[in-house]
Design a binder for this molecule. Sequence first.
Ligand SMILES: [Zn+2]
Length: 291
Amino acid sequence: MPTISTSTLSHSANAVSPATSLRQIWWPTPALGATALLHAGGTAALIYDPLAWPWIGGGLLANHALLTAAGFAPRSGMLGPNLARLPTAAAARGEVALTFDDGPDPEVTPRVLDLLDTADMKASFFLVGERAERYPVLAREIVRRGHCVENHSFRHSPWFAFCGVGKARREIDRAQRAIADATGFLPVYFRAPFGIRSPLLEPALAAYGLRYVSWTRRGFDTVDRDAAKVFDRLARGLAAGDVLLLHDGAVSRARADGMGVLAPLHALLARLAERGLRSVTLRAACAAQDG
Ligand SMILES: [Zn+2]
């Protein structure tokens, strides 16, 4: 039976409610700090010279447009820390991180787990909280096979990026609880639905000690029915330190061959072995860095 690290178990033993520690205190990025200053300066300027409102309004609109664009750039660090590649030490060990979003799914996830077992590779599964609630045995099976489960929101709403702080926090909290109840694991990483990030997300993540993860490359396996093209997107430029995004959710099941992710995953695992690369969980790859 796979070993689950004691640090992971201690996470699961923690209360799910927000706690305070140094790593959980939110510090705005330079872009968000500049935004706050711009708003304060704009308000002061408006009081001093109300006729300047077109310039001030235009400046604030441009600022908001920039932040919105950053939210649609999945690998941007403008809105907060963003793990898009593994730390240098993990890359030096020849590690990559396979990550799967949108599960668990009773048809797809067991087959993904079997492929990973055969290749002796580990992965991180970004679970949708309500699916972990619906399929707790399957969620536990992911952990039993030595993989990690992380947070991909509770409902996977397409509107998640447009939630206010309170609603985003409730989505994150419900998913933390659902995944911890099902598996005994408390997630430590978060990925936003559809990879779209709100400028208001980072404070909510910090309250739960969660770190944001995007990816180095993705296969678009939920939208492209051509397995060869999906594999090519993942394998082109493949290198140690890559974070690779695939999906084991219901959309994958709906693909033409019934299991969109399986063929490219099978080929990708073979390619990793050929290159001497090893997929590990994000927690294992970042253990030294996270302390
Ligand atoms: Zn997703």
